[in-house]
Design a protein around this ligand. Structure first.
Ligand code: ARG
Ligand code: ZN
Length: 873
């Protein structure tokens, strides 16, 4: 049992730092018995604070540091002059301005948390956000302390030929005993979470970028030796991002050197360290035979995201970690816009919302619900969430919707004019937007402050006499602290019975009241409303659509998001009805009208775009559907959703086969939006075709698997086979064995192999996952492997939530084993329990037992402890 629950950190308790640090000199000496870090800090009392007059003590953060020496102004302090406890170094009296020198030894080889300075296969790497820098040296580890850094690294030259840190190289040379050194100087002040250094054996791809003002930036991507042929796509993505940010936001790169380093052991996706991004290999390495279309697109997005942080995050950073969405929500919005401009705007939006509903809506409805700007946390690493990132991006998008693109751009300019070089808050960002637009965001700030997804209920009335149509909206958010209404932008259009959009009636309604009516005049007949076009606000929207109205919108709506949405609503209605029927022992009914709508989509893909049709024919996911039920019967839901797939597969067999044939590749692979859309639809067809128990269908999948010249098609065939029914078992096992045989040397492809098995709907998936935890391909100390196998299983609704609790029990044991090495990753796995209260009493009892066993586990981390405590509530 935990001895004590750590106290939460509160936004309301924020106070400015007592001391600032102007400059930092780090000397980092990598030795066999550990790394010695000598830090020289120019410290100055923060005159602007109330405490300044009282000569406050100096308190620095540190974790797992072996302190060898502490000196103030060159005088080594006796041990009695300072105090060290588990997390702080305190010097009771210091002058108003002084130089602090500390010397510590750290053990990167023993750092399994992958936070701070740690070992990975090819050398040593850092991850400092949020609080990893304190694991390197004593420091004021908070984002509002910004300093200029100079770093000298010393290491064995043969083993670690590449020595990197932020900024510009200013010196290098050989040292005795086959060692060498390099010195890097970062001209920009930065918070220590943006610090990075690398000592490794790596290959490098170099390029340059000429900025709008004519400066040349040296670009470099460092990767594991032998992987240079998997770097060009990331390099192109970087140059595209740089050009895009100049075009769209007038933001130019301020650096002489922009480096990306890829590392195979990394807790998250990537990190925007100033001038020295460190990336999970997953978001750098790509070649058509090893990466899918989705991988290529994700690399574009993540490379852009980290690059965009150079302005939104680095030039202007966060005052404190409660403001995390200031940089993350804004930067996700920016990378979304970049992705939409470089790929396919229509499906980009659809995928964003699909992702939001699969991850953020459940988060916002569950025990980890928190505002975009949280007011408290126990472990900040638990708040790198879908809410802070993706809902945060939706909030920024709404700001643009409210004031328009031009004013938004002016607001960005104003934000940088006011705050360049500062550490600020979400209020500062919104104030700049307000200043540039004149818009009053007072009510809007509720989006930052409250947890939970608002539910908007719409009703309509038509007065034929007055030719007047009215829409009445009611909003509520039971998770919020009060009943006050949000400001919600709702884009609407009206359609007539023939599917014609009524001219002059498309507008953005600003919902500001709990209940509010909007009138449309001169409407000739009762229209069909299209509500929340382009998903103009992250809300749940109820409107009593009839199937006929939805079918009309699916066919006629020119806003691709709402056309898709109409189809999803249709499918959702059918699947939920079928779920209830199956649970009650009745057979589901599938209306011919739905089949007909799907047929129209499928045969009309040339006109509507293959990428769109692929999205429209993909049924809502089980986790998304589960949120719409009060109590989830995962087996019935699973059977219902698959029943609809099977029904479509049978009814539209000829159409799927024809589209599959017509969409066959005609030229060499390129990860272009057009080709990717065609492959996506063709592979959707393949998946449906394989729902039928027919040898010819299995053969088709096997042929595609064997004949594919690219990973997208090869993996799609494998995934279809991995989910296929009993008769396909031999084909499935053969393909899985072949795939591993072929790709065991490519770590990221092995991750796909693990994930496709963990996500399989086959009934024995848990046994497979258990077996795979002992397979040489799995490694509990590598986050990518853990995410691929374990988190994929945790997201496999029907298998993770098995009625006998076996999924829960297995998971709790894995989390315990992992927590001892890497609490951040363990904590992410623990989130799979979030929705346990949505299931029946039997499942809940099993889940509770698993959660309680975690809670009572000796030595449980603060990270997992916070998640478990909130889950048990
Ligand atoms: N700032 C990084 C990004 O989103 C993510 C860092 C995550 N770190 C963490 N400890 N959770 O680009
Ligand atoms: Zn980010």
């Amino acid at each position: 049992m935990r001895s004590e629950t750590p106290a939460p950190i509160l936004l309301a308790d924020y106070t400015p730092p007592a001391y600032l640090i102007d400059t930092v000199h780090l000397d980092v000496d990598l030795r066999a018995d550990g790394t010695v870090v000598t830090a020289t800090l120019a410290c100055v009392r923060n005159a602007g604070t109330a405490a300044a007059a009282t000569n406050p003590p100096l308190v620095l953060d540190g974790e797992e540091l072996e302190t060898l020496e502490v000196a103030v102004d060159g005088q080594v302090l006796p041990a009695s002059a300072y105090r060290i406890d588990a997390e702080t170094l305190t010097i009771a009296t210091v002058p108003a301005r002084f130089t602090l020198r500390t010397k510590v030894r750290i053990q990167p080889d023993a750092n399994t948390q992958l936070s701070g300075f740690y070992r990975s296969k090819d050398g040593y790497f850092t991850q400092c956000e949020a609080q990893g820098f304190r694991r390197i040296t004593w420091f004021a580890d908070r984002p509002d302390v910004m300093a200029r850094f100079t770093v000298t690294l010393h290491a064995d030259k043969a083993a670690y030929p590449v020595l990197l840190a932020n900024g510009n190289p200013v010196g290098q040379g050989d040292e005795a005993d086959g060692r060498h050194y390099a010195t890097w100087e970062d001209p920009f002040k930065k918070p220590c979470y943006l610090f990075a250094m690398v000592a490794a054996k790596l290959d490098v791809l170099r390029d340059t970028f000429a900025t709008a003002s004519g400066r040349t930036v040296q670009l470099a991507i460092y990767v594991e030796p032998g992987k240079l042929d998997q770097c060009p796509h990331a390099m192109e993505a970087l140059k595209k991002s740089m050009a895009w940010d100049e075009r769209r936001f007038g933001l130019e790169c301020d650096l002489d050197h922009y480096m990306i380093v890829a590392v195979g052991d990394f807790n998250m996706g990537a990190m925007e360290n100033k001038g020295l991004n460190i990336f999970n290999t997953k978001y750098v390495l790509a070649r058509p035979d090893v990466a899918t279309d989705v991988d290529f697109e994700n690399i574009d997005r993540v490379v852009a995201h980290e690059y965009f942080h150079n302005w939104t995050g680095n030039r202007v950073t966060c005052r404190d970690w409660f403001q995390l969405s200031l940089k993350e929500g804004l930067t996700v919005f920016r990378d979304q816009e970049f992705g939409a401009d470089t790929h396919n705007r229509d499906v980009a939006r659809i995928r964003e919302v699909r992702g939001l509903r699969a991850a953020q809506f459940p988060e916002d409805a569950g025990p980890m619900a928190h505002p975009v700007r949280p007011a408290s946390y126990i472990e900040i690493n638990n708040f790198y969430t879908a809410t802070v990132y993706e809902k945060g991006a939706e909030v920024v998008r709404m700001i643009q919707t409210l004031i328009g693109r031009e004013a938004f751009r002016a607001g960005m300019d104003e934000y940088f004019r006011r705050h360049d070089g500062q550490a600020v808050t979400c209020d500062d960002f919104v104030a700049a937007m307000s200043a540039a637009s004149g818009f009053d965001f007072t009510q809007f700030m509720r989006w930052y402050r409250e947890p939970g997804t608002p539910r908007v209920t719409a009703a309509s009335a038509y007065d034929a006499q007055a030719r007047r149509y009215t829409l009445t909206f009611t909003q509520a958010n039971p998770k919020a602290s009060d009943n006050a209404p949000y400001l919600i932008p709702i884009r609407v259009a009206l359609f007539d019975a023939q599917g014609q959009e009524l001219e002059g009636h498309s507008r953005t309604l600003l919902l500001t009241e709990t209940t509010q009516t909007f009138a449309f005049d001169n409407v000739a007949s009762a229209p069909v409303p299209s509500l929340l076009r382009d998903f103009s606000a992250p809300v749940l929207l109820d409107y009593p659509y009839t199937p006929a109205e939805l079918t009309l919108l699916l066919a006629a709506e020119s806003d691709p998001f709402n056309a898709w949405e109409a189809g999803q609503r249709l499918a959702t209605g059918l699947i939920l009805e079928a779920t209830a029927a199956i649970a009650a022992g009745r057979a589901p009914v599938w209306p011919e009208s739905f089949t007909a709508a799907a047929r129209t989509l499928l045969t009309g893909y040339e006109a509507r775009g293959a990428a769109f049709v692929a999205e429209a024919l993909t049924l809502p996911g089980e986790a998304t559907l589960a949120e719409l039920l009060d109590e989830v019967n995962p087996d019935a839901l699973h059977a219902a959703r698959n029943g609809l797939r099977r029904h479509l597969a049978e009814a539209l067999h000829a159409e799927f086969a024809a589209a599959y044939a017509a969409l066959a590749p005609t030229g060499p692979y390129a990860p272009s939006a057009d080709q990717a859309g065609r492959r996506a639809l063709r592979n959707v067809c393949l998946g449906y075709l394989l729902e039928r128990d027919a040898p010819a269908e299995r053969q088709r999948a096997q042929d595609q698997y064997a004949g594919a010249d690219n990973m997208t098609d090869q993996f799609a065939a494998l995934a279809a086979l991995a989910n296929a029914n009993a008769a396909a078992r031999p084909a499935r096992e053969a393909a899985l064995a072949d795939f591993y045989q072929r790709w065991q040397g490519e770590a990221l492809v092995v991750d796909k192999w693990l994930a496709v098995q963990a996500g399989s709907r086959l009934p024995d998936t848990l046994a497979t996952v258990q077996r795979l935890t002992a397979h040489p391909a799995f490694d509990l100390s590598n986050p990518n492997k853990v995410y691929a196998l374990l988190r994929t299983f945790g997201a496999n609704l029907v298998r993770f939530h098995a009625a006998d609790g076996s999924g829960y029990a297995f998971f709790a044991e894995q989390i315990k084993a992992l927590d001892a090495r890497n609490p951040q990753v363990a904590s992410r796995l623990a989130r799979c329990f979030d929705r346990w209260k949505k299931f029946d009493a039997g499942r809940q009892a099993h889940a509770r037992a698993a959660l309680e066993s975690l809670r009572d586990h000796p030595g449980l981390s603060r990270d997992v402890g916070e998640i478990v405590m909130r889950a048990l509530g």
